[in-house]
Each structure stands twice: as C-alpha cells, then as structure tokens.
Ligand binder design. Structure first.
Ligand code: FEO
Ligand code: CA
Ligand code: CA
Ligand code: CA
Length: 629
C-alpha cells in the first residue's frame, strides 16, 4: 500500500472507499462487444442528417482538412514539442514572485510560507486572460501541490514544520497577474496593481440557496454566509459579463484529524471526507480543517467560485446554486432566449454530469449578480438508444427538505433521481458553431467493477461502454431544438480513446484513433473560435503495456465534423497538459503544464540536474504571426 502522500486523487478515493471483497459487480461478465458493433451502436449519430457530424471514413478526412499544422510524434523527452512553424515559450512558473519585494524562486528550499504568498502558485490548471484597457490580466487556478516536490528539500518529501505546511497552503488558490508581450515574448508584470493571490485564507461571500443553512455554520462564521478560501480548483469557466469561475474539485483530502477512529457519516463518505487526509497537514495549523474541532467546514467547499479578475479588491463569491461536488469546470452558454446555462462534470468514478439554468436572462450592462444565484439545477440521464434527459434536482424530485440541502448534498440529490453514473466527467466544452456540447470521460477503473461511493450501480453501457475503462472517451450531446434549456437531448461518442497497437477489441478505440494519434485519459477540453476542439490529456505516461507508444501527456486538436484528431503538442516528463486560453487577438495560445517531474526524475522547465521541476504556463505562437485558434 502506497503512502497517501504519494497517491493521485483517484487512488486516494479508492484508498478511503475500497472495493468490497466480493460483490455483484465482480460477476458482471465482459460484454465482449466487437469494435464494429460498438461503432454502430454508440459512436456517431449515425444517419441523423440534422446533426451533420457523423464520423467519416479516413479518405473524407484527408480531402477536407481544417488543420493548420502537420501532426507531431509522441515524445518521451523532458520538454515541449509543437509542430513546425510554431514556437513555445514559458510565461510564468510556480514560485515566480509577483512583487519586487518577494525573493526569486529558491531551487534548494523551494520557498517559505511568506515567499509563496507573494508568488505564482503551484500546479496551474484552468485559466483565462482578460483584456482591461490596454492591459492583459491572467487569472489561473493553482490546484494543489505535489508533496514530494514542494517539500522535496525535506526527508521523504514531507513537511517538517508549520511553515512548510503554510507554504503548501499558500501554493494553492488562484493567481491573478498582469502579463505583457514585449518583442514577441510574454512575461509577468511585477508590482502591477492587478496582481493578487487568492489563497485558502481569503474571505469570500457564500451566495445562493445554501447560504445561511445550518450545515454551513461554523464557529468562525455563525451566520454561514462568509467562507474563507478556495482551493483545489481544477478547470474553470468564464461568464459573458467578464468574471472568472474557479471550480473546487478534490476538496476532501484537506480535512483530517488525529483520531483515526473519528466517525465518518454517510454524507462524509459520499464526498470522501476521512480522518486520513491526503497529507497536506492543514489541520495541524488551522482548526477549520480538523474534523474533531469543526464539523461543518467541509460543507463550505466543493463549489464554483466567481471572481472579478479586473478588480483586485473584489470579494470572490461561492455560488452554491451550481451545486457541491468535485467540480471539474463550468462551461457557460448564453441560450438563445438569454438564459445562462452552465454545464459541469463531477470528476469521481461513477459520479454525474450537471446543468444549471438561470431563471433570469443575461443582457449586456444589466444586473448579473442573480444569474448564478437564482436558477434550476439538473443532472443527466443517458439512455442506450442515443437519447437522454436532464432531471431537475429540487426538494420535490429528491425528497430533500430544502433547495439548500440539494445544493450542499448534490451528489445524493442526483442519486435520488437516478442520474447516470459516468466515467469521471472532466472538462465540458460547447461548440460555438453548433448547439452541441462535449465532455471528457477520462477513465474509470471501477466501471462495472463496483458501485460509486453512494452505492449507485455502474453498469457497462451507454456513454460508458468499457469495463474498468483504462483509456477514456469523449461524449457529446445535442440539445433538442438547439435549445440548451431543453430537457431532452441526443448523444453519441466523439472518440473512444484506445491503443490499436496493443488491442483489437474495444481497447483499440474508435475508428478515428490510430497508431499515429493515439492517447489516453482525455481531460482538458476547449473549443476555439473556429469550432475546432482542443483535447488535453492527464493520463498514464509509462509508455508501456496498455500505454505503449503513447508517450508523455499531450494536446491534440479534433475536428467535430470529420472526427479527425491530430497531435499538436507533447509535454515534459510526468506532466499533465491542462488549462487553455488565448490572447484577445488569438495570436497567442496559453497552455498549462502541470506537475512536471512529479515522480522525481524531471527537471522542466529550468533544466539541469539540480533544478526543481515547476508547473508553468507556456505561450504558443505561429512563427508567421498568424492566428492560433
Ligand atoms: Fe483536477 Fe479532474 O482533474
Ligand atoms: Ca482535470
Ligand atoms: Ca484528470
Ligand atoms: Ca491535474
């Protein structure tokens, strides 16, 4: 058994909620669908003429390509590769000081609590760049820290004192920083009045149905309306009124207590709250995170937090109307009638997809504060026949006492209405050129093997067609009548990732996967302004066995119309590629590189045997100065 400190979030979920010795799921037989049958059944909206997006044979792909680059090969090198005619440069790295009174990053000590509070956070993920007058404001999630990296100066990569814990805490949250481009190169503007760190200690308002509910009240906040901190933000969203949405994901692992017999309620178990914790140590320096000292703090995390990056004095707002779960990202769509629709995934094995629909409508310049407070929450149910429906989560439909309870115990609410258990929904992205929405289902070792943490079955089928799914897939759905508020939709799989050099069954993937473009574990996902789909991976980078020939994590571009997928970028050793946005002129694409060297052998981006690997944001440009998406 691994030390919890060294586990991935997914492994930690398994550790605190292990598979029973023997259960019905163990006896589910392999359905042994052939690859051909699968494609007939679920891949492509076969013959749905109105959709116009059926997967085409390879010859059709080659004849009409919308790709502005030649595909690149996989890589096992400790660096970034992009196609010929493109260049990449590092913009900002973990530990870069945002103010001139903070020290440069120290590769030996890896900083202190105080230096980290004034520096770019760790493990950057979702991000946006907002224009503001003639300035450019970058806001980015700093999801978490790798204990063996941030405390790599200590024995066994574990904190040695309270300041080490504080350093880790301050590496979390959000970084807001002005960036500028000089002679083609982007860099941080130190001392900009827009620079800001939103750490796990910053005060923020709780809004929406859960604000003030008894489950939200703590010793420090008897009203249940003012929380401190946002952390483990993974993907993001952006509103048409120019605010940023940070999405709190694996918030559970920060809560712990000394007594390992501390009782774990059903509510705690569903969200993975356990006395074990994941080794961050926060409960040792802040009572909020000690389960024995504060019973409700964990109900105040797992939300979407709205932040105005252009106003360094603005108070972030936790938007409880968007539900509490392990949020991946929040894809905001303005529906034809002006209502705001937000699509969201809950990234845990066998958890659900969600949709929020505002009651009010968006109008530029009008009041927007109620749009993410006042609305209806839904969860998705997929049928095997390629249709699906959104089921409303309300006190009536779930049997819960109030909407507040629905917004706090959202997973249980979705279980109550019979939502479809999914293969770890990661980023959702909506096509700006068509009424269709895509979501990465990254992988799911528990599919068909055991129920989710709430006891819901995880049968093989529908959009989750492979037992113990190793490679992941991308599902897409099309709302009926092109209306994102419609409660019915049709769906298919855009791609089933796989390895056709190892497998000839379902493990080979769908027809648009081949030896030249294969990948595993799609995670980050974003449409560009041309309606092309960028796919980022957070997968197995062993390059062995099931993953032989797939190399380091990567970013690919998919054409929704033809199904063609080409590899655009490969990342350094042990890194994940996650987070994607553009400069307002679309001549720079910003890409996130997270946890390089997490297993201890990488030294990107600074290189050399003695440098500490650092998560970073890179800028990708065309050498001819052309548009990049
Ligand atoms: Fe932070 Fe689901 O990835
Ligand atoms: Ca992710
Ligand atoms: Ca992932
Ligand atoms: Ca990650």
């Amino acid at each position: 058994m691994k030390n919890p400190d060294d586990m991935s979030f997914d492994e930690f979920d398994e550790y605190i909620n292990p598979k029973p010795e023997e259960n019905d799921f163990d006896r589910i037989v392999d359905r042994a669908l052939s690859r051909r049958d699968l494609l007939k059944g679920v891949v492509a909206f076969g013959g749905v003429a109105a959709f116009g997006n059926t997967l085409m044979p390879t010859e059709a792909i080659a004849a009409d390509s919308r790709f502005a680059f030649d595909a690149i090969a996989v890589s096992t090198a400790d660096g970034i590769s992009v196609p010929a005619g493109y260049s990449a440069q590092v913009v900002a790295k973990w530990g870069d000081p945002l103010w001139s009174d903070a020290p440069d990053f120290d590769h030996v000590t890896r900083g202190t609590g105080a230096s980290q509070a004034k520096a770019f956070g760790d493990n950057n993920d979702g991000m946006e760049v907002y224009p503001h007058g003639d300035k450019f404001i970058l806001i980015v999630n700093n999801e978490y820290c790798n204990r063996g990296v941030i405390w790599g100066n200590r024995e066994e990569g574990k904190y040695a004192n309270d300041d080490d814990i504080l350093k880790g805490m301050n590496a979390h949250g959000l970084t807001v920083v002005e960036i500028e481009q000089e002679y083609g190169a982007w860099s941080i503007v130190k001392d900009s009045p827009y620079n800001r760190r939103v750490t796990p200690d910053v005060e923020m308002d709780v809004t929406g149905p859960a604000a003030g509910h008894a489950l939200m009240k703590t010793a420090a906040d008897p009203e249940g309306k003012v929380a401190r901190g946002t952390f483990n933000n993974c993907g993001n969203g952006s509103t048409p009124w120019g605010t940023y949405l940070a999405c709190e994901e694996n918030f559970n692992g920060y809560f712990a207590t000394e007594d390992q017999e501390h009782p774990v309620s059903a509510e705690m178990k569903r969200y993975g709250i356990s006395p074990k914790g994941r080794g961050y140590g926060w409960h040792e320096i802040d009572d909020r995170f000690d389960l024995a000292k504060e019973a409700n703090e964990y109900n105040r995390h797992g939300y979407v937090t709205e932040v105005d990056a252009r106003d360094p004095n603005s108070r972030p707002k936790k938007r409880t109307a968007l539900g509490r779960f392990k949020h991946e990202n929040a894809e905001v769509v303005v529906n034809g009638d002006g209502r705001i629709v937000v699509y969201m995934g809950d990234d845990e094995r066998g958890e659900f997809l969600y949709r929020y629909v505002s009651n009010g409508v968006y109008a530029p310049g009008a009041e927007t504060d109620s749009l993410l407070e006042d609305g209806k929450l839904y969860t998705a149910k997929f049928s095997d026949d390629g249709t699906g429906e959104w089921l409303e989560l309300s006190p009536e439909s779930t049997g819960m006492a109030s909407m507040a309870e629905v917004c706090i115990h959202t997973r249980q609410a979705a279980s109550a209405v019979g939502a479809t258990t999914m293969d770890r929904p990661e980023w959702v992205s909506a096509n700006p050129k068509a009424a269709e929405v895509y979501c990465c289902l990254t992988n799911n070792s528990a599919r068909g093997v055991k129920p989710n943490a709430g006891g819901d079955e995880t049968p093989v089928g529908g959009p989750n067609p492979r037992e113990a799914n190793k490679y992941g897939q991308i599902v897409r759905w099309r709302p009926d009548a092109a209306d994102h508020t419609s409660n019915s939709f049709s769906w298919d799989l855009y791609v089933l990732a796989g390895n056709p050099t190892v497998h000839s069954d379902l493990g080979a993937g769908s027809e648009n996967v081949n030896a030249g473009n294969m990948f595993n574990s799609p995670d980050g996902l974003k449409f560009d302004s041309n309606g092309m789909l960028w796919i980022q991976t957070d997968g197995n980078y062993s390059n062995e066995k099931d993953f032989a020939g797939q190399g380091n994590n990567q970013m690919l571009l998919g054409d929704p119309a033809t199904g063609e997928i080409r590899r655009f970028l490969t990342g350094p050793l042990q890194a994940e590629i996650t987070g994607l946005t553009w400069s307002p002129d679309r001549r720079t694409m910003f890409v996130g590189v997270q946890h390089p060297g997490e297993r201890g052998t990488g030294h990107w981006p600074d290189g050399g045997e003695n440098s500490t690997p650092r998560s970073a944001i890179i800028a990708v440009t065309r050498d001819d100065g052309g548009l990049v998406g």
